[in-house]
Design a protein around this ligand. Structure first.
Ligand SMILES: Nc1nc2c(ncn2[C@@H]2O[C@H](COP(=O)(O)OP(=O)(O)OP(=O)(O)O)[C@@H](O)[C@H]2O)c(=O)[nH]1
Ligand SMILES: [Mg+2]
Length: 375
């Protein structure tokens, strides 16, 4: 009987999707410079379960492609370096419209992409960047497809970078970011520079969207881990507070959604779609062997005394200790799931027993004195 658990987890999972919010990136650059390639290299393929719809048109040439925690503001049917006036008008209108909206709706950063071998950076491109900056959008200039050999960037790209730097544009870091987003099959040129672009982006976007950015990107696993850890710590603190509420049963009643919410948040950070996350959560917290115990009862069993609480309150340090242990153990499960390193059965499906074992192993590391469960 895992239905209760799955339903409760779904509620919290959805709440967390709303709370983690969205990181909005505006991407500009001439057609074919490698914008889509760059986006895919850093953010991976869109996660189907988080609901990608059709791109929403914001104005004639400006549209928003909403991919869960990533909102991509892109342009269509218009050429940078030629129709800049038209495009700037649309961007300006949109940014002004959004000023009164929540932070999740704003454009947080712009990546202005130039093909590194293009030899030409036009006056209008500089004007475009200055206007974005004046609108309050931090701009990174990203040079795409820059060949690199023996640790040296291609001289043409270095020359173009000098041209850009000489303009003293208000750009992040004061210089272009050299990148190569996808291995070239012929020359063997490997990708590079993506982490620099991502780290600089983290640096300039509001704190409120760090979680969404950590979730959306797929190359910086440390950023995901740190965001998960921060959320675990916050939940642990909240759990201690909830435990102190002196109403019979209320502590357990408050703790379970809190802990499920924490698990939901971490699942979002690792981009696990709901069905997969729920499967892992059930496997993690349920006793695979029968005895008719429900997953719900099992989760509750992690909270000592919850089953026999009548009239009592859970001690704050116990509540936070268990919440911490659940958080850390679940983080291990999610990390492995995202890395494709969870054991599978011969049929290739997730091995629930192995997941449960992993969770309990990690859990016990944090709660050394929890007795081996009976049954
Ligand atoms: N090997 C390699 N090819 C790249 C790289 N970046 C772009 N390309 C290739 O260049 C072509 C254009 O790249 P896109 O990413 O589609 O360019 P875009 O800027 O999104 O183009 P539009 O959407 O038409 O404006 C594709 O064939 C890519 O495979 C790169 O870093 N390495
Ligand atoms: Mg494209």
């Amino acid at each position: 009987m895992t239905q209760w658990f799955t339903d409760a987890f779904r509620t919290e999972f959805e709440k967390q999707a709303a709370q983690i919010g969205r990181f909005n990136l505006a991407i500009f650059g001439k057609t074919g410079v490698g914008k889509s390639t760059l986006i895919n290299a850093i953010f991976g393929e869109p996660v189907a379960a988080t609901g990608i719809g059709d791109p929403v048109t914001l104005d004639t040439h400006l549209y928003l492609d909403n991919r869960g925690t990533l909102g991509l503001v892109d342009t269509r049917g218009i050429e940078i370096g030629r129709d800049d006036g038209e495009l700037l008008k649309e961007v300006t209108k949109y940014v002004k419209q959004m000023r009164s909206k929540p932070v999740n709706e704003q454009i947080h950063v712009a990546w202005y992409c130039v093909r590194g071998m293009d030899r030409r950076f036009e006056e209008v491109e500089g004007t475009f960047i200055r206007t974005l900056h004046d609108l309050g959008i931090p701009v990174l200039v990203v040079f795409t497809q820059v060949p690199m050999r023996d640790g040296q960037y291609h001289p043409d790209a270095i020359e173009l970078a000098r041209q850009v730097e000489a303009k003293n544009l208000p750009i992040v870091g004061g210089r272009p970011f050299m990148t190569y987003a996808m291995r070239d099959q012929f020359t063997g040129q490997p990708p590079y520079g993506l982490m620099d672009v991502l780290r600089a982006t983290f640096h300039v976007v509001p704190d409120a969207v760090h979680g969404a950015l950590a979730a959306a990107q797929t190359i910086d696993l440390e950023a995901k881990h740190k965001a998960a850890q921060r959320h675990i710590n916050a939940t642990v603190a909240a759990a201690a507070g909830a435990a102190a509420v002196p109403i019979p049963f209320s502590s357990a009643a408050l703790l379970v959604p809190m802990q499920l919410g924490m698990m939901g948040r971490i699942a979002h950070l690792y981009r696990l779609p709901f069905d997969r996350a729920a499967l892992l959560a059930v496997a993690s917290t349920s006793v695979a062997t029968t005895l008719g115990r429900t997953a719900a009862a099992n989760l509750l069993k992690f909270i000592p005394g919850a089953g026999s609480i009548a009239g009592g309150v859970i001690n704050a340090s116990v509540a936070s200790g268990f919440t911490l242990a659940i958080g850390q153990a679940w983080l291990s499960v999610c990390e492995r799931a995202a890395a494709g390193k969870l054991p599978t059965t011969v049929e290739g499906v997730i091995d629930s027993a192995a997941v449960k074992q992993l969770f309990e192993e990690e859990f016990r590391k944090r709660m050394p004195n929890i007795r081996k469960e009976q049954g």
